[in-house]
Design a protein. Sequence first.
Lengths: 726, 99
Amino acid sequence: MPNPIKPDCSVVTTCAYCGVGCNFKAETHEGRIVRMIPWKDGKANHGHSCIKGRFAFDYYNHPDRIRKPMIRDSIDEVWHEVTWEQAFEFAARRFRRIQTRYGRRAIGAVSSSRCTNEEIFLVQKLARAVFGNNNIDNCARICHSPTQFGLSATVGWGAASQHFDSILQADVIMVVGANPTEGHPVFGSLLKRRVRQGARLIVIDPRQTETVRSPHVAADVHLALRPGTNVAVLDSIAHVVVREKLYNEEFVRARCEWEEFEHWAELVGSDRYAPELIGPQAGLDPEDIRHAARLYASGPNSAIYYGLGVTEHSQGSTGVMCLGNLSLACGMLGREGVGVNPLRGQGNVQGGSCLGSWPHVFSGYRFVTDDEVRGSFEAEWGVTLDAEPGLRLPNMFDAALTGHFRGMFIMGEDPVQSDPNQDHTIAAMREMECVVVQDLFLNETAKYAHVFLPGSSSLEKDGTFTGAERRVNRVRKVVEPLAGLQDWEIVVKLMNAMGYPAHYDHAGQILDEIARLSPAYKGLSFELLDRVGSAQWPVDENAPEGTEVLHRERFPRANGRGTFMLTEYVPTRERATDQHPLLLTTGRILSQYNVGTQTRRTANSRWHSEDVLEVSAEDAAARGIKDGDVVWLSSRFGATQLRARLSRRVNPGTVYTTFHHAETRVNVVTSDLSDWATNCPEYKVTAVEVSLVKPAGVEAAGRGEARHEPAVSTGEPVSGREEAHA
Amino acid sequence: MNALHEPLPPGPVNDPVLSMERLLGMANQIGDFFAPYPPARRAEGIRNHLRTYWDPRMREALLAYIDGGGSGLAEHVLQGALLLRDSEPKKGYYGPPKA
């Protein structure tokens, strides 16, 4: 049937799903979006798109959208609709009351990578300048905080060294703990294109992902390691590089701190990292480790792409350092076709990292403890700022349970669903006296909120996103905000209600302020982006239209040299036991996005209507489980039910699931362990047991039926609007 | 219908900002990372990390615990934490612990 709707207007904007940052031409008819056309001049996507960006836009107009602000005295009451002014006044009064009673550090804020750079920057300003503390964090805490830590430590900047197109000059591609064909599909296609042209492919992932094998593409080496052994395996690869002298001595001597290299070479070169010792621990053939090391070191251009399979571990930051060390040792930085590149899960994770939504650094990754840097913000903002680091998101919850933390502003984030050890998060939420949630929908966290501020989707506001390749791209308002205000306007009004006189005529003025306060964003403005389309930071007098490849002549460290960190393998405390003999790891699927707030409200759910548990045939047989059976998935933290799928993608001993559906409540099961440096949760390793819910022969609940009772332990039963849409 | 939740009592709370168990676990994990460095750098790495990443109340709680004996903390974590009491201010930094 021909499309009967002829668009009457169109706007070029940036997709809000993954970190690729595709440009789309959003077409509207009488103020409603009718079509998203991949934009041919988009520098990240060159006219390509995936099924999320292209088709999953209808969530913005879903009946579940909240269109009026709401408040309530306690979380046991029903919501009351109020005016914007009443909501701001209520929130401001409660926040100030908490600070009067318990001190200025008893409240904090969390922003989201679904929000624009301008909004993220404003939320940190809210915390620092208005709350008067540094209790500000963002959702990168639970995904890529180790990237910032690990790459800053070795190569100087916590960001991708390359632009996406650089991969077309790579001879060897190493993908670690990422599945770009599902998670970052447009980049995944580029990767596959390069492999079809002859590039060699190394994949390090416990699961046989689509990236490992798909039509016309197969990895030369797949290291299907046991979850939790990343650092051991990466150190073992480094061992081979050192012992077989495959490193690039000329590069290391010219560009790096040679003494630190020698310390590192001594550590990884020691016998304990020999593939013959590490292989059996990690479930790998030692020869495969050697093969991967030789391939990577031989290049001539080798590029690393990695994801949350590296970061979401108790040694997540160490794993990132391993990648930084390896690329420096082999001289794989500073030109096209090489590099170390985090694949960012959400549209603006890179921006969230850049723009100071962290308790310890301002925008540009500069410490709040640095008097000079802090002074520049104090001069611009006209207030004295706290010189001490604040609480990280998980520590805010910890401190709520000791009574030190009582109020939280949460923008575009759903920690109750997305953070680990859900019962702990819920217990902490219940202790708070004022939780303000700004979101599109009544999410799981809103069940514990006192104020709900109806936010705007990325289709309803102006600003910028920074993609995984450091590309700053314009987000343009396609339709009017459904609740009347753009997200940045809501934050400004809350600041005003709390007595701080912020004012901006439009979002571009916030980017101007960012540029004044952040060296890498110095040259950015709406005018520049409207003229050149998009630009990769750093954008400054040396690179007025941006920088495609970092580290060409020097590394952004005080002495200009890259350096090496000592990456000893420390096994996680999370171990398989007799009670929980399997290891659970998690991931994403092409058609859905993260906790599903958006994609579950679109027709994309037809492709993925529920989360399933992938189990090897061996583990299933040992437990009497057949394909399609409903099973209990239990850990020492809790238990939930989902449907089992027998799969060759996972090795015996490992099970895998996605986390797109709230009802699955996978995070009831995940552990409270976290990265040593950043507290990024260890989502990728949880010791579990899987058992049949119904005895063999009894037919499991059919697809499409109401969900099985979801979870045990202390959490709230799933109820309310989210379930109504399940 | 849920029973009304009783919040924690109002007023200043004198307990540590995070449970000591949690703080000790975090501190020892940091110690594990810096363990391969020579002793002086090991302690300095721990100091820099605690100073630049930990909320001051977390640091104070850790130091108070050390004053009470510090049992359960690795020796080099204890030494690194005590460097926080040196009066000479040092700038935070990324990268290997400075010698």
